[in-house]
Write a protein that binds this ligand. Structure first.
Ligand SMILES: Cc1cc2nc3c(=O)[nH]c(=O)nc-3n(C[C@H](O)[C@H](O)[C@H](O)COP(=O)(O)OP(=O)(O)OC[C@H]3O[C@@H](n4cnc5c(N)ncnc54)[C@H](O)[C@@H]3O)c2cc1C
Length: 507
């Protein structure tokens, strides 16, 4: 944990801060870094604290819980976390850009709420985000990949030549999977280890862990005038700032807005037009395993990942979403018979022997979901956090288009397997990527979106909301690089506002 972390009892709330950031995941950390480095007095309020605390304290686990309903059976476990560094403590570091076509009108764009920014607007911030996240990958990317003007910051080191050659032989061009590479963490890039130490010691930063923001308080002008904070030990404070940035994740952000009902915001903050929480979308994936004959390059027991952007927009012509096929070559991936059951041991032993004789080729397809107003985050009437406040309820059904796109993806996988001569094909369960998108959409119309193109809440001039909750559509790419790009763009906007003196004093 960063050295200068304080608990809320040590928090001095007499002087208002310039900026109060709620959440210390990639969004909050990246925004905090730029603000602090530009002399802006910033407080980051994080509900959780250390990994140890996350693993041992039932209260924080309860706080991070939510209720799930709908025919997707969306998993409540391992979806979001509350600790320093956010849910990204558990991410795998894959860092892809959205495609330019994602931000142009397509079959899933809500007609009344198109993306208010373009890929070109985001391009310089993608470059910045890739540097901040130390993204590694081959700079000679296929012609189907999102365009880029500069090489990736770190060169490719993974050898995916087996997959490249195999799939090239059937006319499919693949790329490696750009990945954030840690310098200070063991396996995955963690923002609290890689980014936070660079500004943690600054006198401009106050980082408070174990600080749960229970309500945002607003005045008659709908400005935010305070964040009510409480610890599980019962300590209470009201943090005041000139600007508030909600960086609480795609479920945490709408929950806090909905919980902050008052006479000035009877439906919750930013929710006059009932938009907060609507449009939740994720990345479901179909998953297949099959066997192929060993070749020289499959002998190594390594798991190598490649993806193809070639089919990204193929099904958009049919009115469906984008897709991202993923390939992995290995012969030690547990599958077919896992989880291991005692009764299946003989069968498993046989399968293990078979795996030595054949290489495994995984193919999965991640799909974009149709945006639906009824897929939404609201407040649960069943589940409560340790304070007795309602937890979030996430309702998500598959649209007909989602079912159709999952089926198209299965057909595509089976076709590719047939072309490479794979046998013994096994379809595993649908999985979700834990990408929490779309619940506080950006747009130009307050009636159809929650934040404006600068990520400023339409209704509350001193409140910004940043993260994948601001995405208008979800594409089929992992969101965190776009989250980091939006965070970089927002922090630049805030620095400009402070420098030009356009930020009013705290209310
Ligand atoms: C298993 C797994 C694998 C993943 N792999 C990838 C991947 O490879 N690539 C990718 O792009 N994405 C991946 N993701 C998703 C990625 O983790 C998220 O996109 C990312 O963490 C979002 O960052 P964030 O800062 O917006 O939110 P978070 O990381 O969720 O951080 C939000 C923080 O806000 C805090 N908070 C919330 N409400 C309050 C409150 N009221 N008061 C105080 N604090 C509050 C929370 O405690 C939390 O720490 C993965 C996720 C999981 C679970």
């Amino acid at each position: 944990m960063a050295d200068n972390t304080v608990k809320i009892d040590a928090l001095d709330t007499t002087e208002p801060f310039d900026v109060c950031i709620i959440g210390s995941g990639p969004t909050g950390t990246i925004i905090g870094k730029t603000l602090v480095e530009n002399g802006i007095r910033t407080v980051i309020l994080e509900a959780g604290s250390s990994m140890f605390n996350w693993l041992t304290d039932s209260q924080i686990k309860q706080y991070a819980d939510f209720e799930s309903t709908g025919n997707t059976n969306y998993p409540e476990k391992h979806t979001k976390a509350s600790l320093l560094g956010g849910t990204a403590n558990f991410w795998t570091g894959r860092c892809e850009r959205l495609h330019p076509s994602d931000m142009e009108p397509h079959a899933y764009t809500p007609p009344e709420n198109p993306w208010p920014i373009t890929y070109d607007d985001l391009d310089p911030y993608y470059e910045k985000a890739e540097r901040i996240m130390r993204v590694r990958g081959n700079s000679q990317r296929s012609k189907y990949s999102p365009p880029r003007k500069t090489p990736l910051p770190l060169p490719q080191t993974k050898d995916i030549s087996f997959l490249t050659e195999l799939l090239d032989s059937i006319g499919v061009e693949v790329d490696d999977s750009p990945t954030a590479i840690p310098q200070k963490s063991i396996r995955f890039f963690k923002v609290q280890k890689e980014i936070l130490p660079g500004f943690a010691a600054s006198p401009n930063l106050t980082l408070v862990t174990g600080a749960i923001v229970r309500r945002l308080v607003s005045n008659a002008d709908k400005n935010i005038v305070g964040a009510e904070v409480q610890s599980f030990e019962g300590e209470k404070k009201v943090v005041r700032a000139r600007i508030y940035v909600l960086a609480a994740g795609g479920i945490g952000a709408p929950r806090l807005l909905l919980m902050s009902k008052s006479e000035h915001h009877p439906e919750g903050i930013g929710n006059t037009y009932d938009r907060v929480g609507r449009g939740f979308n994720e990345h479901p994936a179909v998953n297949f395993y099959a066997q192929i004959p060993h070749q020289r390059k499959t002998i190594y027991p390594l798991s190598k990942i490649a993806r193809t952007h070639q089919f990204y927009s193929t099904y958009r012509e049919e009115g469906l979403g984008s897709i991202m096929p993923v390939f992995r070559q290995s012969w030690i991936l547990p599958h077919h018979n896992m989880p291991l059951k005692i009764s299946k041991i003989p069968h498993n032993m046989l399968a293990i022997a078979q795996r030595l004789l054949h290489a495994t080729l995984y193919m999965g397809v991640v799909i974009e979901m149709k945006i639906s107003d009824s897929n939404r985050v609201t407040l649960s009437t069943k589940k409560k956090d340790p304070f007795g406040d309602p937890l979030a309820r996430v309702h998500m059904d598959y649209a007909d288009e989602d079912i159709a796109l999952l089926e198209r993806s299965r057909e595509l996988v089976r076709d590719l397997y047939a072309k490479v001569g794979a046998g013994n094909i096994y379809e595993d369960q649908i999985t979700f990527s834990r990408h929490l998108q779309g619940t506080c959409r950006m747009g130009t119309d307050p009636k159809t979106s929650v934040v404006d193109p600068d990520l400023r809440a339409h209704e509350s001039p001193n409140l910004y909301i940043s993260g994948s909750e601001a995405f208008v559509t979800g594409g089929a790419m992992q969101p965190t690089l776009t989250i980091a790009a939006l965070a970089s763009r927002l922090s630049e906007h805030l620095v400009t506002r402070f420098k030009e003196g356009s930020v009013p004093p705290a209310g």
